[in-house]
Design a binder for this molecule. Structure first.
Ligand code: FA5
Length: 342
């Protein structure tokens, strides 16, 4: 009777082992047959004791043989699962070592740097030298030598970041490089000086606290507003590659006389009004004028003999106009989704 049950259990268990589809299913079979508490075969082994001694030996052999057979079948099936998993892993993890490497991702220059370099090339072709100046600047070069004495209200127009513990400041414009250029080169000279400037301003769609300008200066004999206008028109035509409407307004800068503000018609809205042009249709691009005699004199140049023009252009706003960017904050935000468009 018991012998028959053992054989039936053995063959049904072997069938279950063969049809198990996962290690988990296999474990269920193992527990139900060989488990220490609930296993059907374990139970039968415990029953052996109740048999008469003559039957006990042969039935015991049968049970042990069945146990061994099932254990082997379980182990074999387990190994099969492990092999299958390994093969599947090898299939997915396989790499072709002969494929060429993808190579580093190429970046590109920031749009402000691009426009800066274009302007440098343009002015070099017109006989200008490109100068660099320090961002941490002396009060003398940023203000005094530009005819802006300490008591002058124009200092308030450019809210300044002063550097603690020194008499330096973060330059509020690129104009101090005019002074450095005159000191270094003397007349006649033609220079441009692009760079970063800083103002303690509240930020909005068209104002940053950190932005870029390019300064220009020409000192020679008999330089007039006509020369200034010529160079401004050549520059803007070069940048926009098309006709742009400009207007000159009188502008006050202590280092030029006469002084002007040059606006271009807003290229974002075509002049009808938008947040960038503050609904006016015009965007201020640069300040310019003829170099004030005091400025020439302070840098050791005789204003009776020499005259000049100077301009300071907002590079950041120029980029906005060229690409139709409606908020200045995108440019320094560091968001690659924005920068990758250029
Ligand atoms: C100046 O900085 C003068 N140094 C320019 C100058 C040079 C005049 C030589 C005469 C002769 P202004 O503060 O207006 O001027 O700034 C010049 C340009 O910088 C502006 O026309 C504008 O395009 C840009 N700009 C000024 N403030 C900001 C700001 N907060 N954010 C972005 N661009 C600005």
């Amino acid at each position: 009777m018991l012998e028959q049950s053992i054989q039936e259990l053995e063959s049904s268990s072997l069938a279950r082992i063969a049809s198990a589809r996962s290690l988990e299913e296999l474990e269920v079979v193992r527990v139900s047959v060989l488990g220490r508490k609930e296993g059907a075969l374990t139970h039968m082994m415990k029953e052996l004791g109740k048999l008469p001694p003559e039957e006990r030996k042969s039935t015991g052999k049968l049970v042990n043989a069945a146990k061994q057979k099932l254990e082997e079948a379980l182990a074999a099936r387990e190994k099969q699962f492990a092999d299958d998993t390994l093969r599947a892993r090898l299939d997915t993890e396989w790499i072709d070592l002969t494929l060429p490497a993808p190579g580093p991702r190429r970046g590109h220059l920031h749009p402000i740097t691009q426009i800066q370099q274009e302007l440098e090339d343009l002015f070099v072709s017109l006989g200008f030298a490109v100068l660099d100046g320090p961002e941490a600047e002396t009060e003398y070069h940023n203000f005094d030598a530009l005819n802006i004495p300490a008591t002058h209200p124009a200092r308030d127009a450019q809210d300044t970041f002063w550097l603690e513990g020194s008499n330096l400041l973060l330059r509020t414009h690129t104009s101090p490089v005019q002074v450095r250029g005159m000191e270094k080169l003397g007349p006649p000279l033609r220079i441009v000086a692009p760079g970063r400037v800083f103002r303690n301003e509240s930020v909005d769609a068209s104002h940053e606290h950190t932005f870029y300008q390019i300064e220009g200066m020409m000192v020679d004999r008999d330089v007039s507003v006509a020369h200034l206008l010529y160079f401004m028109k050549v520059m803007l035509a070069g940048v926009f590659q098309r006709e742009v409407s400009v207007r000159l307004r009188p502008g006050y800068f202590p280092f030029v006389e006469p002084g002007f503000e040059l606006d271009i018609q807003c290229l974002l809205c075509g002049g009808s009004g938008c947040p960038v042009c503050k609904q006016s249709g015009w965007v201020e691009q640069l300040g310019c004028g003829l170099v004030h005699p005091n400025v020439l004199r302070m840098s050791g140049i005789d204003p009776e003999e020499w005259s000049g023009f100077a301009f300071g252009l907002g590079l950041t706003r120029l980029v906005m106009m060229r690409y139709g960017i409606d908020d200045i904050r995108h440019l320094q935000g560091g968001d690659l989704r924005f920068l990758e468009q250029f």
